[in-house]
Every structure is written in C-alpha cells, then in structure tokens.
Design a protein around this ligand. Structure first.
Ligand SMILES: CC(C)(COP(=O)(O)OP(=O)(O)OC[C@H]1O[C@@H](n2cnc3c(N)ncnc32)[C@H](O)[C@@H]1OP(=O)(O)O)[C@@H](O)C(=O)NCCC(=O)NCCS
Length: 188
C-alpha cells in the first residue's frame, strides 16, 4: 500500500518542491537586489499614522530635544523607519523616555557635549520584508562608528513580534517593565 502511494505521490511532491525552490530563489534574488541599493538617511518627519507601535507621538516629539528619525530609502521610497532618543539612563516608559532625553539634551547644551550616551530605539516598522532587519543593521554600524554613543537599547512593546524580531537580530533582553521591555544590541 505504502509503495503504491509513494509511486503515485512522488512525482507530484517532487514537482511541488521544485516549484517552491524556484519561488524561493526568485524571492531571494529580489530581496538582495533591493537590500544592495538601500541607504540609511535621517528624516525630518515620518507618517506617524503608519507607526504600528507609537502612532500617538507627533513629529515634533520625534525631532525635539535631539531626537531623530531614520529611514531606509530605496528607489526614492522609504521602506523602514526607526525613531531614536538619546539619554544617559534606560527608560521603562515613554514618559521616562521623554524626561531622560530632555535632561540629556539640556545637560549637553550646558556642557557643550553631544546629547546622551545611550541611543534608545523606541519604535521600528517595516513596509517591505527585510526592511526591519536592514535598518537595525545599518543603525548598529552607525552607532559603532560614533564617538559618543556607547549603547544601543530599545524601548519595545510587550509583543511576541518585538521579542522574536530583536532576539533574532542578536539583541539581549535587559528587563521587562510594566508595559514595555528593553533589549540591548551590544556595541562594545
Ligand atoms: C517587526 C518588523 C519591524 C520586522 O521587520 P520586517 O522587515 O517585516 O521583517 P524582517 O525580515 O526584518 O524580520 C522578520 C522577523 O520579525 C519577526 N516577526 C515579524 N512579524 C512577526 C509576527 N507577526 N509575529 C511574530 N514575529 C514576527 C520574526 O522574528 C521574523 O522572522 P521570520 O520571518 O524568520 O519568522 C515588522 O514586522 C513590523 O513593522 N512590525 C510592526 C511594528 C512592530 O511591532 N514593531 C515592533 C518591533 S520593536
């Protein structure tokens, strides 16, 4: 019986595997093509309604007190966005994020220094498969090159997506808070 089934299904299964392999290769080709031409740029603003994590934060918040918006650009279009605040402490909430980055900004102005030593990524979203991973990689390179930033930490939502995404990209869970979690991408 098993032999008969094998004979009947094998060609169909083989054909399906061949088809899947072809589709996978095509997807990989497309993926590497767009990843090669992509670049990390600082943005003056983003479409806050598109932000699945913190849509309530305005562009004024995202660019005030030294905070920055970065995007991955490819063929004139933004495919992934990541927003940063610079602090000297790790925030457990958006309120702390606002306070700590505000404090770091004022301290830096007084001492004529750069703003904060810790880069806090408080939101990331991707519009094209692979965009998320790519923006993390590019941001990591940029921070490694910088003279004053020595830590890259996230303020992430308590979702499975965030946990999987950051763990897969090599970050370590630092702490779980009331309604956020912090991951760290080790720079040093
Ligand atoms: C998380 C996100 C940025 C990933 O970027 P991406 O370009 O889509 O995908 P990448 O190829 O870089 O990474 C994919 C990985 O993210 C994780 N992921 C993506 N979607 C997921 C989901 N619905 N559930 C669980 N994990 C998910 C997985 O680890 C996945 O790996 P896999 O495809 O091998 O399973 C993107 O899915 C997104 O914009 N999500 C909504 C915003 C969000 O929740 N951001 C929070 C992260 S702090």
């Amino acid at each position: 019986m098993i032999k008969i089934l094998n004979k009947k299904f094998n060609p169909r299964i083989k054909a399906r595997i061949r088809k899947n392999r072809q589709a996978l290769n095509k997807n990989l080709d497309n993926f590497f093509e767009w990843v090669k031409g992509a670049e990390l740029i600082e943005l003056k603003e983003c479409n806050t309604k598109e932000d699945p994590v913190r849509p309530e934060l305005s562009n004024e918040f995202r660019t005030g007190y030294g905070r920055k918006i970065f995007g991955v650009k490819y063929q004139g279009e933004i495919h992934a966005v990541m927003c940063f605040a610079y602090t000297n402490e790790i925030p457990k909430s958006v309120e702390e994020l606002e306070k700590f980055s505000h404090d770091a900004f004022l301290q830096s102005a007084m001492r004529d220094q750069n703003v904060g030593q810790i880069a806090i990524a408080y939101t990331v979203w991707s519009k094209k498969k692979g965009g998320g991973k790519l923006i993390v990689k590019e941001v990591f390179k940029k921070i490694k090159k910088s003279n004053h930033l020595n830590r890259l930490v996230t303020l992430s939502p308590l979702t499975e997506m965030a946990t999987k995404f950051h763990s897969k990209n090599g970050a370590k869970l630092l702490q779980v808070n009331e309604d956020t979690q912090n991951f760290e991408y080790k720079v040093l």
